[in-house]
Design a protein around this ligand. Structure first.
Ligand code: NAD
Length: 389
């Protein structure tokens, strides 16, 4: 059976769905792999490396024909509607695909009778850990966020005792202690900063401490949701959290925010008022800028300056962070693709089984039918009748 890797179409996206070492693994599984020329260039993987690994490289002119002959097409971002229209019925599309924000693509995938498995929805169970691209890419984002903060800061991160005097370490505050937040903390610790963090899930306190950071206890009720995720804050809770966090924000040299609630707009954690007394030169990095923003006034892909007494602070609206470390984010993503495909590929035959909870959980479209409840809601389709009803 044939797996096709088109180049990513979104502007600025440098990742690629398969790296050469992953091609070798899939060829061993009995798959034929074809990749578009230069698809790996942004992530520093050359066409000749893919050929050595056992892939066929095709030109852009042959893309539609290649997609039309594919059993599986894998990308990082969702396929474009044009690419989807070339898919044959019964083929499988693997990528990130949001049941909330990719309505057009989902409709197109259903129309051609494809199956769409989304890395946004791979269940977070231990058997699926190696397929968890949300985790692998969040890790890359958290790492990059700290490096961006260090780069934009006018201060050292570590404490330095030199003949010319002593430099105090930077104070880094991380809000949201999920995968990205923990990696941001670990990176800041490695650079020598003093790190503290807050999350609404009480279970995150031990994880924060294991990074060598201090967990801030605001004395507010925890907001644990289902599946290890947080719950959304109501108005009162938002205000109480903002009031309690203000002194910590004022005291920090660097603030990195990573808070998210699945399927919802990112929560607003820091208001302009909370930043009004920060030290000039402070840097705030908002990892959630693309999904609504944790910090008031951030713009995805831009730096915004804000006046404080004595100078300016910088608000960094993050965009495409994993793409900024494309060689390794692609390597990790490619292993997620290999692991998911390995789950249902035997003797070169790709046959996902809807009875498997990983397949059922990640399937937004199954042989042309939209099976994911959230996607059905987005497309205003009636909920599916439950088995046995
Ligand atoms: P996420 O990206 O959904 O959210 C990031 C963090 O923001 C979370 O820790 C969340 O609690 C926090 N948050 C939400 N609202 C907040 C607020 N108002 N103030 C402060 N923080 C807020 O989360 P994630 O990184 O995907 O991880 C979520 C959970 O899933 C974690 O417990 C993580 O350990 C767990 N996880 C499990 C697996 C697995 O079992 N395979 C894999 C990855 C992550």
């Amino acid at each position: 059976m044939k797996l096709v890797i088109p180049s990513e179409t979104r502007t600025g996206e440098k990742r690629v769905a398969l790296v050469p070492e992953a091609v070798t693994k899939l060829v061993k599984l009995g798959l034929k792999v074809s990749i578009q020329a230069d698809a790996g260039a942004g992530a520093t993987y050359s066409d000749s490396d893919y050929v050595k690994a056992g892939a066929k490289v095709f030109t852009k002119a042959a893309l539609s024909k290649e997609i039309a002959s594919a059993n599986v097409v894998a990308t990082v971002r969702p396929l474009s509607t044009r690419q989807i229209s070339a898919l044959k019925s019964g083929s499988i599309a693997l990528s990130f695909l949001s049941p909330t924000y990719n309505a057009t693509e989902i409709r197109a995938l259903a129309r051609v009778g494809a199956t769409a498995l989304s890395f946004d929805l791979v269940p977070r169970i231990s058997r699926a850990q190696s397929m968890d691209a949300l985790t692998s890419q969040a890790l890359c984002g958290g790492y990059r966020a700290t490096l961006i903060a260090a780069e934009k800061s006018t201060k050292f991160f570590p404490m330095l005792m030199t003949a010319a005097g002593t430099v105090q370490p930077a104070k880094v505050l991380v809000l949201g202690a999920g995968v990205a937040g923990l990696q941001a903390m670990a990176t800041a610790k490695r650079l020598g900063a003093v790190v503290s963090a807050y999350d609404v899930r009480s279970s995150s306190a031990d994880e924060v401490k294991s990074m060598g950071a201090t967990f801030i206890n605001l004395g507010l009720a925890a907001l644990e949701g289902t599946g290890g995720y947080a719950r959304e804050m109501n108005k009162e809770r938002t205000k109480a959290q903002q009031d309690a966090l203000k002194p910590y924000v004022t005291d920090a040299d660097i603030v990195i925010t990573t808070a998210a609630v699945p399927g919802k707009k990112a929560p607003l954690l820091i208001t302009k008022d909370m930043m009004s007394q920060m030290k000039p030169g402070s840097v705030l990095v908002d990892l959630a800028a693309e999904t609504g923003g944790n910090i008031q006034g951030t713009i995805a892909g831009k730096d915004v300056k804000l006046k404080v007494p004595g100078g300016l602070i910088t608000l960094v609206g993050c965009q495409d962070l994993p793409s900024q470390i494309a060689a390794h984010s692609s390597k990790l993503y490619a292993q997620n693709v290999v692991s998911l495909l390995s789950l249902f590929t035997k003797d070169g035959q790709v046959k996902p089984d809807f009875a498997d909870e990983i397949v059922a959980g990640s399937a937004i479209v199954w042989n042309g039918e939209v099976r994911n409840a959230l996607a059905r809601e987005t497309l205003k389709l009636k909920p599916l009748a439950k088995e046995g009803e």
